[in-house]
Design a protein around this ligand. Structure first.
Ligand code: NAP
Length: 347
């Protein structure tokens, strides 16, 4: 039996869901893949840091999560750690750094620097954060490789749906010509709500009440979250070097109730459509609202679901639909990366 020690950088929705998933799947991971995951360190911004080289007390951690309590340093921490996030990365007794801090669409920082530090420390890297993927995919891949380690980021786009691993594994050897889809769940939900008669403001208030939209929803509403995902797919899968600014997204702020009604009258629906690919005049990307009819696979992508379709040199169309994901789905993306890393060490 192999024990894999994990340092979690960030312990919000996704970090907590990952801790729960690991606890729930521990026995399965042992039986199916021969390893036992062990969380040895957790760092947050305002809720403290805890480290236990023998593995944090699972039961205590789950008890805290179940009761919605913050990290209890007195119960969990065994080292009395004092220091900043870089010192945490230096001292964390771990094989893998799992990074789930907030995204910065303009630079990928500071997460990019944290992952850099983790790679230099000889750790495998897993992130759910799109920022470091867009701004540091090549660099972090090369740096981890120098140390005989891997950089994985499956949950950065479409949560737990296998997008990046699909092209490393079963679809290796194919060439992607283009992709299109709905990559931002929040705006998809907002447009659905507007179709049922709400204004954008009312839809945003509903999204906030169920934890889908943030206090400042502009990242989603103005198309930046979709743009960073388009940049991530373009950079990793189609060899580009784009930033979200290159995508110049148009969000859904300009969609009025009249426009929704007009689309309905024509039997169509507004969707925030993401695209990237090779055209006659070179590589093109876009994020913009479009009216789609029932003939489009995007028409029935409802609520917080998302969808991507790839055009490949050997397959004219391959679509992947993810229905109503949650942080647990994102946590599965992190777990899939972890299994990939463990398998790489045994092959
Ligand atoms: N939510 C999803 O379903 C989803 C899906 C796909 C991808 N993602 C990506 O996953 C990441 C995490 O999302 P989330 O929803 O879990 O966010 P979240 O709930 O806001 O949690 C972020 C965590 O990062 C911690 N943090 C922030 N700055 C830090 C720093 N400098 N050092 C150490 N910890 C720091 C925060 O600490 P405090 O607890 O002290 O604030 C918090 O624990 C984001 O990049 C997001 O884009 C999320």
């Amino acid at each position: 039996m192999k024990t894999i020690d994990l340092a979690l950088l960030g312990f919000g929705n996704v970090g907590k869901a990952f801790a729960r998933l690991l606890a729930a799947k521990k026995q399965e991971l042992l039986e199916d893949f021969g390893f036992l995951p062990r969380i040895t360190a957790i760092a947050t911004k305002k809720h403290g840091v805890c480290i236990d080289p023998d593995g944090l007390d699972d039961q205590a951690l789950i008890h805290l999560l179940d009761n919605g309590k913050p990290l209890d340093l007195a119960v969990l921490d065994r080292t009395g750690f004092k220091g900043d996030t870089y010192e945490f990365i230096r001292q964390a007794p771990a094989h893998v750094l799992v990074e789930t801090t907030p995204v910065n669409p303009h630079s990928g920082l500071p997460a990019l620097d944290y992952l850099h530090a983790g790679a230099n420390q000889g750790l495998h890297l897993i992130t759910a954060n799109k920022g470091p993927v867009v701004y540091g995919f090549r660099e972090l891949t090369a740096l981890t490789k120098q140390h005989g380690r891997l950089f994985r980021f499956e949950s950065a786009v479409m949560d737990g749906a296998p997008i990046f691993s699909l092209f490393r594994g079963p679809l290796a050897g194919t060439k992607i010509l283009s992709f299109y889809g709905i990559l931002n769940s929040c705006t998809n939900l907002l447009l659905d709500r507007m179709r049922s008669g709400e204004t954008l403001e009312q839809a945003i208030a509903y999204g906030a009440s169920i934890g889908i939209t943030e206090t400042d929803p502009s990242n989603d509403v103005d198309g930046w979250d979709a743009a960073i995902k388009v940049a991530a797919l373009s950079n990793v899968l189609l060899g580009q070097n784009l930033t979200p600014m290159d995508v110049q997204p148009t969000g859904i702020r300009g969609i009025t109730p009249d426009m929704i009604a007009l689309a309905e009258a024509q039997g169509k629906r507004w969707k925030l459509v993401c695209q990237g690919g090779w055209k006659d005049d070179g590589y093109q990307v876009s994020v913009k609202p479009e009216m789609v009819g029932p003939e489009s696979p995007l028409y029935t992508v409802d609520g917080t679901s998302s969808y991507v379709s790839f055009e490949l040199d050997v397959l004219p169309g391959l679509g992947i639909l993810e229905t109503n994901p949650s942080p647990k789905t994102t946590a599965f993306g992190l777990l899939a990366d972890l299994i990939d890393i463990v398998k790489s060490e045994t092959t």
